[in-house]
Design a protein. Structure first.
Length: 277
């Protein structure tokens, strides 16, 4: 399996230099750095339509998208349905991304699944915020600090990967709990923060009601990501705060992306600013 996944990682690669050259913003390179974040509920590598387990499809889509940071939900570990694969490690190896954080959310007699952050930059301060409400399904947010190196500077970038509940009242309580949690509540306003994940945001209302009052802005417009084969709901989102700018947001709708999971990936192209000091 490792050989097969490694082979998939070599397909449709996009170099960082090509992505930088393709940016439309003409500014002094010393003032910002461009990077890409992909948020995706990968459904344990099981297709939403055909229900087949094919982790190589996830890898091929992600390889083509070439993220610097991937915020992934429903990543399986040692589950029978996923052939007992260690998906966090397999994805990191196949995508040649060295830095990984994994937060298990659901444990069973054999294996489980949870949230994963993959980063091309070193990760520190990895933690989990419990977002479980009462007796409802276990939920959480995985947070980490990425140490971004580029253009002769280093900045820390706070990453938040969350998978919220199915009920509207539950999601509101979960976001309120996260916004009041340590260390988020004590971060400075300019600290760059990327918050993404499967928010189950059926009506696209979580941003205006909870995140915008806390200083976040939605990256781009609402885009439908679910179900993958015919997306009609904007369940997934990426929000920004601090020294970050959105260059663009998109949802790949090619055949492979529609087959690989029950969600489509959300692709955010961003600028990290404030590098002059």
């Amino acid at each position: 399996m490792t050989e097969q996944l490694s082979k998939a990682s070599g397909w449709f690669g996009i170099s960082e230099q090509r992505r930088l050259e393709s940016g439309k913003t003409a500014v002094k390179p010393s003032l910002l750095m461009q990077f890409r974040v992909v948020s995706w509920n990968i459904h344990k590598g099981i297709g939403g339509a055909d229900r087949r387990y094919r982790l190589e499809r996830i890898i091929e889509v992600l390889t083509h998208l070439a993220p610097d940071v991937a915020l992934l939900q429903e990543v399986a570990e040692d589950m029978p349905r996923s052939r007992f694969h260690d998906q966090p490690s397999a994805l990191a190896e196949a995508l040649e991304i060295k830095h990984l954080a994994f937060g298990p959310e659901h444990r069973f007699r054999m294996g489980g699944y949870g949230n994963a952050i993959l980063s091309r930059w070193p990760l520190t301060d990895i933690s989990r915020v419990d977002l479980t409400i009462g007796t409802r399904k276990k939920r959480g947010a995985l947070t980490a600090r990425a140490h971004v190196h580029g253009l002769g500077h280093e900045r820390s970038l706070v990453l938040v990967n969350m998978h919220l509940g199915l009920a509207g009242s539950e999601r509101g309580l979960q976001l309120e709990r996260f916004l009041a949690s340590h260390p988020f509540a004590h971060l400075q306003k300019r600290t760059p923060i990327v918050l993404g994940g499967d928010l189950n945001d059926v009506w696209g209302s979580l941003g205006p009601r909870y995140l915008q009052p806390a200083g976040f802005g939605r990256c781009g417009s609402l885009l439908n990501t679910f179900p993958a084969y015919l997306p009609v709901r904007p369940l997934d989102g990426v929000f920004l705060r601090g020294d970050l700018e959105a260059r663009g947001i998109s949802v790949p709708k090619n055949k492979l992306a529609k087959q690989a999971s029950d969600h489509l990936p959300l692709v955010a192209d961003l600028n990290l600013v404030g590098l002059e000091g």
